[in-house]
Design a protein around this ligand. Structure first.
Ligand code: HEM
Length: 428
């Protein structure tokens, strides 16, 4: 990195800048020197919102850790102590608990925004894939975090999910024991999950840094999905998008604090306020809401489906097929830049994609609903259809649409879309 030539009015800033050009770095990244598309809508607020929640989660998490005891005989009580005796402990815990939910809400909207506007397409493929790594790290963090209060759902959730690794051929059972650090979910498991839960958010932080680095190379996509052609297409990030992001943050915080103060256990599971008991299995083991669509996919494969293939049961059981499908449902998203063959990025100019996008959103909601219900009767049938549609949409429909869909005329540039010439073109 070279020496900075940037001059600031404040001599202290100048002194630091000359030695460590941090102020020009900030200015170039989120300041007056970062040109952003002039037409970004509120859907572009969710990246920064996710960033804010990440910081809130790390902050509250560190304070919780000061009072939490990662031992099977004390974990549950230490959380109760945080709620009752630690000064503002109830607030710190409720912000952290509801922060998890708000984090996933922000990131799910962020992902679906990317799908709608084709933000994963060249040259932003790696930005998208880094995003998926962040998503997986978030899921791992949330999963191990949920085990820490050592309630019934903590214990049984951990037991069910870690057991999934037993489907790995030959080494499955050994891997599960290795994960547990023993012959069941117990103190060593709680200890290592605590350790992971502490470190993973910092790994997410580093990934977010890479995510933003990749973002800043080609800048943000925008609702029209066209590339920036010149200065007339951009406005400086500060003050325009700092103001817009701040407004969005205000609204977001109202919702966040609404839940935290008025319905703090809205997303919580009553069963988790009962201390973990390895001798009593809850009637239903349900994960947190943000895992539900994946949980539905996991349980979608019927035993007899495997049987009709005759040879398959030897290689793969229904349980293993469910696990493979569940992981595939995330990995297939990483292929989106190549599965989507359409030259047009934004759904705004893709009349059919625009419709099937919403069907896909509905399909994911249905999967979530199925994940929350027992795997029996019509829930199973609907879950299987919704799972099949999930993959049909991504692997078959999207590539075909890219080839056969008749798209609407795309404006030359962002500014051309609002000038007379551009609008004329679009009306045709
Ligand atoms: C901790 C989680 C995350 C944080 C803090 C974060 C942060 C951001 C920020 C600040 C932006 C720019 C503003 C915006 O476009 O909203 C952005 C853009 C983007 N992010 Fe993320 N992100 C996260 C997770 C993800 C995930 C899980 C994905 C996808 C799987 C993803 C995909 C993208 C894409 C494709 C863009 C460019 C969007 C565009 O320009 O249209 N991000 N991210």
């Amino acid at each position: 990195m070279s020496e900075s030539t940037r001059e600031f009015k404040n001599p202290v800033l100048n002194w630091i800048e000359y030695r460590l050009p941090i102020f020009s770095f900030i200015d170039d990244s989120v300041g007056t020197k970062y040109p952003s598309p002039r037409n970004l809508s509120y859907w572009w607020n969710f990246g920064s919102l996710a960033g804010v929640v990440l910081v809130v989660m790390i902050g509250t998490g560190i304070w919780l850790a000061m009072n939490y005891t990662p031992h099977v005989s004390m974990a549950f009580d230490s959380v109760e102590r945080i709620m009752r005796d630690v000064n503002y402990g109830w607030l710190i815990r409720y912000v952290h608990m509801n922060g998890g939910t708000m984090f996933f809400i922000a990131v799910y909207i962020h992902i679906f925004r990317g799908l709608y506007y084709g933000s994963y397409k060249a040259p932003r493929e790696l930005l998208w894939i880094i995003g998926l790594f962040i998503f997986m790290a978030m899921m791992a963090t949330a999963f191990v975090g949920y085990v820490l209060p050592w309630g019934q759902m903590s214990f049984w959730g951990a037991t069910v999910i870690t057991n999934l690794f037993s489907v790995i051929p030959f080494f499955g059972d050994a891997i599960v024991e290795w994960l547990w650090g023993g012959f069941s979910v117990d103190n060593p498991t709680l200890n290592r999950f605590y350790s992971f839960h502490y470190v993973l958010p910092f790994i997410i932080f580093a990934l977010v840094f890479l995510h933003l680095w990749a973002l800043h190379v080609h800048k943000s996509n925008n609702p029209l999905g066209v590339d920036i052609k010149g200065d007339e297409d951009t406005i400086p990030f500060h003050p325009y998008y700092t103001a817009k992001d701040a407004y969005g943050l205000g609204v977001f915080l109202i919702v966040f604090m609404g839940f935290t103060f008025f319905a703090p256990n809205f997303f919580a599971e009553a069963e988790n306020y009962i201390e973990a008991n390895p001798l009593v299995t809850p009637a239903e083991i349900v994960p947190e809401w943000y895992f539900l669509p994946f949980y539905a996919i996991l349980r979608a494969v019927p035993d007899n489906f495997i049987d009709i293939w005759g040879i398959l049961p030897v290689i793969v059981s229904a349980k293993a097929a469910g696990v493979i499908l569940m992981f595939a449902s995330i990995f297939v998203l990483a292929l989106m830049p190549w599965l989507d063959t359409s030259k047009v990025r934004s759904a705004r100019f893709r009349p059919i994609y625009k419709q099937v996008f919403w069907i896909f959103v509905l399909d994911c909601i249905v999967l979530g609903y199925i994940g929350a219900n027992p795997p029996e009767g019509h829930f199973l049938i609907i879950g299987r259809i919704a799972t099949a549609y999930y993959f049909f949409h991504l692997v078959i429909l999207i590539p075909l649409l890219g080839k056969f869909e008749k798209t609407r005329p795309v404006p030359e540039s962002i500014s051309a879309a609002v000038t007379a010439a551009g609008s004329e073109e679009e009306r045709k």
